[in-house]
Write a new protein. Structure first.
Length: 81
């Protein structure tokens, strides 16, 4: 897999981000459904996300909602002043 490659496996709903072509020597589950893949020195070489479609949907929604709240606060402060 080339450096910086992203692959999505639709049937399994798995997103794999390869940061390096190095061999995987181990992995660590950093949160539910997210695994960090490590090289022999413990450096991050990849990330695997299970249930990727829901993860990305939720991440985008959270980000958009947070930005809308910031915008609402700015509009409220301009209207109050």
């Amino acid at each position: 897999m080339p450096k910086g490659c992203m692959s999505y496996f639709e049937q399994d709903d798995v997103l794999h981000l390869a940061l390096s072509e190095e061999a995987e020597a181990g992995s660590v589950e950093v949160s539910p459904n997210i695994t960090a893949e490590l090289n022999a020195e413990g450096g991050l070489i990849g990330i695997e996300i299970l249930g990727a479609s829901a993860f990305i949907r939720d991440a985008v929604l959270d980000s958009v909602q947070a930005r809308l709240l910031q915008l609402e606060r700015k509009v409220s402060s301009v209207n109050a002043g």
